[in-house]
Design a protein around this ligand. Structure first.
Ligand SMILES: Nc1ncnc2c1ncn2[C@@H]1O[C@H](COP(=O)(O)OP(=O)(O)OP(=O)(O)O)[C@@H](O)[C@H]1O
Ligand SMILES: [Mg+2]
Length: 223
């Protein structure tokens, strides 16, 4: 079997940590020495196209991390097959809509993961999202919970587990105010903690461990 490596992170609900998950998964994968391309699908980049049309600039740009590269869906369409074959993983950060373009991107992925928060309304929404992914003929890697509040959500997560069964992933990303702080500092959470010298014994590291666990779970499916 060909190695699965084009991974979509999608939920048509907004603000459920799609982008946060892409950033921290990319960081986890580069730590393991994988070469990662992050594809921002949330922008049309009309001005970039306008000013850069005809320029020979590579559609793929380097980042502060030697193994992480960035592009947008628009520019990705100009990446040659030879070039994208040099990546171990390609992560697609999808927008919170179910447009025809989003369907095209989903069909391009080998596997799609769905982040969700826990709430009564999310269950019916998730059914629609997972049905839509299936309809596009793409493998659903799983649904994972983000912004989990241990004190409020213990009961509802069991309901999600009962309904989603093995489609609900084991990794659960806790709510943590350090996410916003790290994003303000322009860093993935683990890089932020390391830069600030936060000891690994501190409970705030829980979220880093959760993203580590999610990275491993996804790599398990994709190996
Ligand atoms: N585990 C977390 N704990 C606390 N806050 C979080 C967590 N994950 C994400 N956030 C915050 O939630 C907000 C939404 O996150 P993010 O932008 O990643 O969601 P999204 O699904 O990509 O949103 P959109 O649908 O608009 O693209 C951000 O302000 C982010 O900092
Ligand atoms: Mg986003």
């Amino acid at each position: 079997m060909e190695k699965i490596r084009k991974i979509g992170i999608f939920n048509n609900k907004g603000g459920v940590a799609k982008t946060t998950s892409v950033i921290n998964l990319a960081y986890g994968l580069q730590k393991r020495e994988y070469k990662v391309l992050v594809v921002d699908c949330d922008t049309q980049e009309n001005c970039f196209t306008f000013f850069m049309a005809g320029k020979s600039a590579s559609p793929v740009l380097p980042t502060d991390y030697p193994h992480i590269f960035h592009t947008t869906w628009e520019r990705y369409l100009h990446v040659t097959e030879q070039e994208w074959e040099t990546f171990d993983y390609i992560l697609f950060d999808l927008p919170p809509t179910m447009s025809e373009e989003v369907r095209i991107i989903i069909r391009h992925c080998d596997v799609v993961y769905v982040p969700t928060i826990l709430g009564e309304f999310e269950i019916s929404g998730l059914r629609k999202v997972t049905d839509e992914i299936n309809k596009q003929g793409v493998k659903l890697g799983g649904v994972f919970v983000t912004m989990y509040h241990a004190e409020n959500d213990a009961e509802i997560i069991e309901e999600f587990r009962r309904i989603l069964q093995n489609r609900l992933m084991k990794s659960v990303i806790p709510y943590s105010k350090t996410v916003r702080e790290s994003q303000k500092a322009g860093l993935p959470i683990e890089a932020y903690f390391r830069e600030r010298g936060v000891p690994q014994t501190q409970t705030s590291w829980k979220i880093v461990n959760a993203y580590e666990s999610l990275t491993n779970e996804i790599m398990g499916v994709c190996s």
